[in-house]
Write a protein of this length. Sequence first.
Length: 92
Amino acid sequence: MSKKCTNIFLVTYLPTILMNIINQAVVYLVSESSQDLIITVNITCMMVLTSVYLSVSSSLPPTPNIKPVEIWLLFNVAYPFLVIVASCLLQV
């Protein structure tokens, strides 16, 4: 049981947490003129998180209900998108 929990943590939660840290770090570390860098990093993070979501959801058993891990992954895919939208709105 502990091996399965460790595997779930290493494959699902650790990459998403690290990607969110990268997203936030880029927003705080770059200057105001680096809008392109913020968008590029967040789009790259969205692509990586989407591939994590697809690999995890394909390994889960098919059920009609939404699983908590899917909610976690969908939030983490939506977060970089919201950062991009917020930075674009602040730039205007």
